[in-house]
Design a protein around this ligand. Structure first.
Ligand code: FAD
Length: 443
């Protein structure tokens, strides 16, 4: 029969690792971490592309410089990761129309201000006081420049767009990780404190990679987990950190099924798909001076290759551009060939920079929506969503404890949300374990 541990943790992303760390620090060492992919990090994911390290998932520490200190910012600095400040405020002065002309700065600033004012007004007329992440209410944007700014404010989440609790608590600055070890190095540094490592790799047998959990049986006495390769693991408790998209899919079946209040809450959550496409060029043809890192393409279709960034500040000499797509546009490019996407992106770049620019020599298109281990990029709780939905998503079911960015009331969608959620769930589980212990002794 399978050996039994105290806790099984499903998923080795930020929240799974931070939950495991809390348990280890409190003497619970007999845990098993089951991770479906072949690496730790989850939605923190570095790849080598065109001679540089690029972040397919989270790239920024969002929320720095405010009245409270962002715990992930502290960890990043402790780990010694190189970061660079992202000055988005300049982006509005680099908005190109389809003929390659930059909109005059006066007009751009005015359009930006109008869009911010109207976003604030819509917010006030909606559910003022809610600190959940906002969902853009229907906007008044119509012209290409208005649509581009609307995309920046809402899909790209400029701090002026909505009063998001991350910006309110931790500040409005954002820093991008620009370190060849990648954002995931942070995870490694956390894991290193309680898992054995050798030569910069985790070699601890409690971390089991390539283990896709397919079934979770649970009862008053414990849990029994079956993975795709037919292994069975048993434990007293389980911490489940898979994304809300995975919970909405049928990848994992529960026996008995999860209760109605839980499945209904899970179904209510909307997921944002956010795609960073990387393009490699033989040489630079875009402006690179101060204030030029971010540039915008204004098209009559909202979100059509709108938001661009050159990677020269992050990785000088890399000749890489990144363009961000979201939701409908993300799903559309996921379903077509990368060749097709490259053609579209090149035609957009030729609109902005003229017909003579060189073709990209390589392209990287992450597929978060079609990845069965993710099914999207992060939760997008509507502004009117009551906290009960989040509370129900987070609440344990018997011996199954839920964690992940989607269980964070204030910081869902972010790395720090996932990190704090892991600590929260780990702490709640410890309390439960202690309670069961005293109850047991009292009998
Ligand atoms: P995950 O990292 O998803 O961890 C869950 C783990 O479970 C994964 O490793 C997965 O492989 C595993 N898993 C899934 N199914 C199974 C199964 N059946 N069996 C076993 N294991 C399973 N946040 C920021 O703060 N700043 C940013 O700049 C930022 N940008 C982002 C850009 C993109 C493209 C994406 C996708 C996300 C971004 N985020 C950003 C959000 C941030 O990455 C997430 O909020 C955070 O990493 C989520 O951590 P998690 O532990 O909740 O989930």
């Amino acid at each position: 029969s399978p050996s039994r541990s105290s806790v099984i943790i499903v998923g080795a992303g930020v929240s799974g690792i931070s939950a495991a760390k809390v348990l280890a620090e409190n003497g619970v060492e007999d845990v098993v971490i089951l991770e479906a992919s072949d690496r730790i990090g989850g939605r923190i994911w570095k790849e080598e592309f065109g001679g540089a390290s690029v972040e397919l998932g989270a790239g920024w520490i969002v929320g720095v410089g405010g009245r409270e200190s962002n715990p992930v910012w502290e960890l990043v600095n402790k780990a010694g990761l190189r970061t660079i400040f992202s000055d988005y405020s300049q982006a509005r002065y680099n908005i190109y129309d389809r003929s390659g002309n930059i909109y005059p700065s006066g007009l751009a600033a005015e359009s930006y201000k109008r869009a911010v004012d109207s976003a604030m007004e819509r917010f006030r007329n909606g559910e003022a006081g809610s600190l959940l992440k906002a969902n853009p209410l229907p906007s008044i944007a119509k012209t290409p420049i208005e649509l581009a700014i609307d995309f920046m404010l809402h899909d790209f989440e400029m701090p002026e767009g909505e009063p998001i609790s991350t910006f309110l608590d931790y500040g409005e600055k954002e820093f991008m990780v620009a370190d060849e070890r990648g954002y995931a190095y942070l995870l490694y540094k956390m894991a290193e404190e309680f898992l054995s490592t050798s030569d910069g790799k985790i070699v601890d047998s409690r971390l089991k990679l390539n283990k896709v959990v397919r079934e979770i049986q649970h009862s008053r006495n414990g849990v029994r987990v079956t993975t795709e390769d037919g292994c069975v693991y048993e434990a007293n408790h389980l911490t489940l950190s898979v994304s809300i998209g995975v919970l909405q899919s049928d990848l994992i079946s529960f026996r008995p099924s999860l209760p109605r209040w839980k499945t209904e809450a899970i179904e209510k959550v909307d997921i944002t798909v956010y795609t960073k496409i990387f393009l490699k060029f033989p040489y630079k043809f875009w402006p690179c001076g101060p204030g030029k890192e971010f540039f915008i393409y204004a098209h009559e279709r909202r979100g059509y290759y709108t938001f661009w960034q050159h990677m020269e500040n992050a990785v000088p000499g890399s000749n890489i551009l990144m363009v961000t797509l979201t939701n409908g546009e993300s799903k559309r490019v996921e379903d077509q060939s990368d060749e097709e996407t490259l053609k579209e992106a090149m035609s957009v770049l030729r609109d902005m920079f003229g017909p003579d620019i060189p073709n990209a020599t390589d392209i990287l298109v992450p597929r978060w929506w079609n990845n069965r281990l993710q099914r999207g990029s992060y939760t997008n709780y509507p502004i009117i969503s009551n906290c009960e939905v989040v509370r129900n998503i987070k609440a344990p079911v018997g011996r199954i404890f839920f964690t992940g960015e989607h269980t964070s009331e204030r910081f869902s969608g972010y790395v720090h949300g996932a990190y704090l959620a892991g600590i929260d769930t780990g702490t709640a589980l410890l309390q439960e374990m202690r309670k069961l212990e005293t109850d047991g002794k009292g009998q």
